[in-house]
Design a protein around this ligand. Structure first.
Ligand code: IFM
Length: 454
């Protein structure tokens, strides 16, 4: 491995999300979220796990910030639980929820760690879901109210904001594949949800600017590097459609204020295109992001579909035929070149003004423990290879300003419960003990050296 040194002010971070770590779901006035409801529905989550306790971060945030300080993080990305601030989604804010986030932010700042807040990392208040949730345009206005409150309350100290985390996952896993909350399988609903998320993003950016806040705001889509399985024209078309479904449907509105025409035509033909009101896409066009957040984990290899599927867009996924290919515990191929390609692509095709990698990391078994430290060489290799891809992209002109490793500590991995461990720190689910991993020690050195010293 050759030496790779990152710029002096590069943000070295870690990321988490409220429902995955906070616990304390019924404490201090927090309202129910769609994920509480979904997790408590029998059969939805592996082993019947829930986020009721999660990492108990609500009570242990000081200890967690101390760990962040020990590894020298310069940035920490976390999400606000909307139902902790507004138990019913709208109306009067919950003072105890406000206190919690104020204390967390102050603790971070005192430790010299810059907070970056995600407004929506999936835990929509259940009360709003009962009114139709993201399928209804009213939710756009409720979201704006909530965002406005968050900017006014925390914006004096928080200078980095992310509207939505992985809108494609909210829309497609929640409303098309049904393996995430609220668990529907309705293609038209999924596209309607995606549209409302995008419109709310545009309006929230506009609101942020109107308030004259001095900071940066962006969005964090999960981008996939798409490869056709073969050179055949059929597979090339399938890959283009999958790229449209997964990447361009979100990037084009954010950067160009328009949906990609090929996908819009396809969805219109299928009778599932979302209703677009006058001005919807102008909100997006007129309110450019300060940065693009990229969540990157793997690539997708795509070929022409052999049979029918839920959406019937004519593509299907195939496994890698590379005999050297390695996979994480999520069965995701480890493909760092894809990160480089995604970074270069968003710079070339969308002129992304500034980029943060808002998530990247890997789940492994983490079975070896020596002298109280989890020996996770595979995670170190994964991160090293992806840092190296990011570094190459930087050298090739990509405006990359920071990297938030997913994730600070092992946590509730959605439908997979506590079975997948992505953390830099291990968490004993019985005692809540935080356990150092070798990757956290390694990351500490990387941060100290501004990169990898060879
Ligand atoms: O845990 C999730 C996170 O909440 C969103 N991005 C992907 C991660 C790993 O699956």
């Amino acid at each position: 491995m050759t030496k790779m040194i990152f710029p002096e002010n590069f943000v070295w971070g870690a990321a988490t999300a409220s429902y995955q770590i906070e616990g304390a779901v019924s404490e201090d006035g927090r309202g129910e979220s769609v994920w509480d409801r979904f997790a408590h529905t029998p059969g939805k989550i592996k082993n019947g796990d829930t986020g009721d306790v999660a990492c108990d971060h609500y009570h242990r945030y000081k200890q967690d910030v101390a760990l962040m300080k020990e590894i020298g993080l310069s940035g920490y990305r976390f999400s606000l639980a909307w139902p902790r601030l507004f138990p019913k989604g709208t109306g009067r804010p919950n003072p105890k929820g406000v206190d919690f986030y104020n204390s967390l932010i102050d603790e971070l700042l005192a430790a010299g760690i810059e907070p970056a807040i995600t407004l929506n990392h999936w835990d929509l208040p259940q009360a709003l879901q009962e009114l139709g949730g993201w399928m209804k345009r009213d939710t756009i206005e409720f979201f704006l109210e909530y965002a406005d409150f968050a900017f006014e309350t925390f914006g004096d100290r928080v200078k980095k904001w992310i509207t939505h985390n992985e809108p494609a996952v909210i829309a497609f896993n929640g409303y098309l594949f049904g393996d995430h909350a609220p668990g529907l399988k309705d293609p038209a609903a999924a596209l309607r949800v995606a549209h409302n998320l995008l419109v709310s993003h545009g309006k929230t950016v506009a609101r942020y600017r109107e308030l004259g806040q001095e900071g940066e705001i962006g969005i964090a889509p999960n981008l996939v590097h798409v490869c056709p399985a073969t050179d055949s024209p059929e597979d090339q078309v399938a890959a283009r459609v999958y790229d449209g479904f997964q990447n361009r449907w979100f990037l084009d509105p954010v950067f160009r204020g328009a949906y990609p025409q090929d996908m819009l035509d396809l969805y219109t033909e299928m009778g599932i295109a979302p209703p677009i009101e006058a001005g919807d896409l102008e909100w997006l066009a007129q309110n450019p992001v300060d940065f693009l957040g990229i969540n990157y984990y793997t690539r997708s290899i795509v070929k022409k579909a052999a049979g029918e599927s839920l959406l019937n867009l004519g593509f299907e996924h195939v496994g890698s035929e590379d005999p050297q290919a390695a996979f994480t515990e999520m069965n995701w191929e480890i493909f760092p070149q894809g990160l480089y390609d995604v970074l270069v692509r968003v710079t070339r095709d969308y002129q992304a003004p500034c980029i943060y990698i808002t998530e990247n990391g890997a789940a492994f078994k983490d079975e070896i423990c020596q002298d109280g430290v989890i020996i996770d060489e595979d995670r170190i290799d994964y991160l090293k290879a992806h840092f190296s891809a990011a570094h190459r992209a930087l050298q090739d002109g990509v405006r990359l300003a920071g990297y938030y490793v997913w994730t600070l500590m092992d946590n509730f991995e959605w439908a997979l419960g506590y079975t997948k461990r992505f953390g830099l720190f291990g968490v004993d689910n019985d005692t809540q003990e935080r356990i150092w991993k070798k990757s956290a020690q390694w990351y500490r050195q990387v941060i100290k050296d501004h990169g990898v010293q060879g």
